[in-house]
Design a protein around this ligand. Structure first.
Ligand code: PLP
Ligand code: COI
Length: 343
């Protein structure tokens, strides 16, 4: 299979149309088998529930080319489970987990020419999503849904790749207590758009959201969870019911403990203690592990000892181990890697 002629090394995190996408429809209480199609457009009612009441959720994962040329996907079963959780909270029908993984594999296989080569610094981002498609004018869930999967080759989420970024403490809230912060609902991202545009205008790469109830505890950013490293080398990550349970973060905690022998703590993290950490990073599928060098709290700066030039040493070890597993040159824990066999 010949790869597309793409300048892989200079890709940003953007959308590029690829050849095929998977589409399945839910009607009369059941999903059809779904199929790969070429049309990248969607035609739905002007009154579709997704357009009026934002009934939509999505997932994000990546496919990688390993050093020996295989194509692998990182933990798609966990994305399938999280999408099930999102669907249940949004009164949407569940797309069965096995079929979810199969649809993802089919879509990657059909777009194998777009999976960036090993060592290029790019990956194939996979975006499954679902939305209520029939007309709904009273506030209620749709009866008909579409589940789709598309792919797009991507580079680093933050410009500069592994260079430390500067973020700010946001005055906006991301998720209410008992709200939808723990699921991957489109509405969580719609309400973060003003905050991210404002942050970018002021020169910050992301927003640090605090808990909406007390504004004393660290939650997450618009698109990633936090990890902190203490001065004695422990990995600490915020525990909260209103943050997205990041698959990257869960994998990092496992790797820290079982591959690197580090102590890990998942607990409430008060903003007051952030100044005492040695390193800080954002973790997620898109972000991988992006080091944070500085946090701006309304003009007061928290500067991590790891500085603005490179990742801190513990963050780097975590990054190398996690990406080593994803790219196939470190042995993965059982069940973490799904190979896409190209025939
Ligand atoms: N938090 C938010 C709000 C996100 O959008 C994402 C991205 O998926 C994450 C965290 C990271 O989750 P994951 O590691 O599963 O990609
Ligand atoms: C991901 O990391 O997959 C995400 O969904 C983050 C997104 C905001 C780009």
């Amino acid at each position: 299979m010949e790869k597309k002629d793409i300048d892989w090394a200079n890709l940003g995190f953007g959308y590029m149309k690829t050849d095929k996408r998977f589409v399945a429809n839910f009607k009369d209480g059941a999903w059809d088998d779904g199929q790969l199609i070429s049309d990248d457009t969607v035609t739905i009612s002007e009154c579709a529930c997704v357009l009026q009441y934002a009934q939509t959720c999505f997932e994000g994962m990546k496919a990688y080319t390993t050093e020996d040329g295989r194509i692998v996907i990182f933990r798609p079963d966990l994305n399938a489970q999280r999408m099930e959780d999102s669907c249940k909270r949004l009164e949407m029908p569940v797309f069965p987990k096995e079929q979810f993984v199969d649809a993802v594999v089919q879509t990657v296989k059909a777009n194998a020419a777009y999976v960036p080569p090993f060592g290029s610094g790019a990956t194939l981002y996979i975006r499954p999503y679902m939305f209520g498609s029939n007309a709904v004018i009273g506030v209620k869930p749709a009866d008909e849904y579409q589940f789709r999967v598309f792919t797009t080759p991507v580079g680093p989420y933050f410009k500069g790749g592994a260079k430390p970024i500067v973020i700010r403490v946001s005055d906006f809230d991301r998720a209410a207590p008992h709200g939808t912060g723990h699921i991957k609902a489109g509405l969580n991202y719609a309400m973060s758009l003003h905050a991210i545009v404002d942050a970018h205008e002021k020169g910050f790469s992301e927003n640090m959201y605090l808990d909406a109830g007390t504004r004393t505890k660290v939650e997450e950013t618009g698109g990633a969870n936090f990890i902190f490293i203490t001065k004695d080398g422990k990995v600490v990550t915020p525990k909260s019911d209103s943050i997205l349970p990041s698959i990257t973060r869960r994998s990092i905690l496992y790797v820290a403990e079982h591959y690197l022998g580090l102590e890990v703590e998942e607990r409430e993290v008060f903003f007051d203690e952030v100044k005492d950490f040695a390193e800080c990073g954002l973790c997620g599928t898109a972000a991988v592990i992006s080091p944070v060098g500085k946090i701006d709290d309304h003009g007061k700066e928290i500067c991590f000892p790891s500085g603005m030039d490179e990742m801190g040493p513990v963050t780097k070890k975590l990054y190398d181990t996690l990406t080593g597993i994803q790219m196939g040159h470190l042995e993965a824990p059982e069940g973490w890697i799904k190979e896409v066999v190209i025939d």
